[in-house]
Design a protein around this ligand. Sequence first.
Ligand code: A3P
Length: 253
Amino acid sequence: MDVISRPELFDFHGVCMTHYFTDNWEKIQNFQARPDDILIDSYPKAGCTWLSYILDLLCHEQTSIPLFQRVPNLEIAVPSLQKGIIYVARNAKDSVVSYFHYDYMSKIQPEPGDWSCYLQRFMEGKVAFGSWYDHVNGWWEKKQSYPKLHYMFYEDLIEDTGREIDKLCCFLGLSPSAEEKERITSSVQFDVMKKNNTVNLSTVPMYFKRPSFMRKGKVGDWRNHFTVTQDEKFDADYKLKIKNTTLQFRTGI
Ligand code: A3P
């Protein structure tokens, strides 16, 4: 019998959330990091699984990585962290497309409804984990005053995974050999990771038997979903919400 039911969204400290992510909130609030912990975070569908997979291979036993994915409030996590935080962001258009498909396949996400309503709700921050705009912007602003924050972009990882791994190593003070780096770079490519059933979550009961978690892994798939009218409306709304011109996303590479 299927006991997992789709949750409702509710306001949780000003952010839309579902009970699956707030039920044990006191554990997150009381979290105490170990000296070698790194926190990784992202808005949903920005490549957090990819990043954690890369870090896992890079760090071996040297560093522990608590996956406090998508902590809506940075202040909760920061105080006890000594090593730092890695944040990965992805452009809004590909994020909403990926999120839409994910919500269809995941039983622990609210019912997505049709694409045009979903897009509108995303623009209003009425999806789980709230506003994409507040999330990426909040962390971007935090980065200006918090040097232990490494802010990455999904598009950069796609463009040159090796270069982004170098930057990660620099941030974490790691110095893998050239062969090791080459091996890691090859093993985290989309087609290789897609074959890994654990990453692809193909056996997890919270998913419907729909397209896999490793869906497309592309920059620019939004073009296959947005109509011209939706795109214009989205761009106009985007300009109002992302006023900080130093935060730039690429919607194609
Ligand atoms: P798509 O749905 O666009 O394919 P998260 O882990 O934060 O939920 O992000 C999931 C997104 O990252 C999915 O995007 C997934 O395919 C993509 N992804 C995961 N591993 C990847 C890889 N090795 N290369 C490119 N994209 C990857």
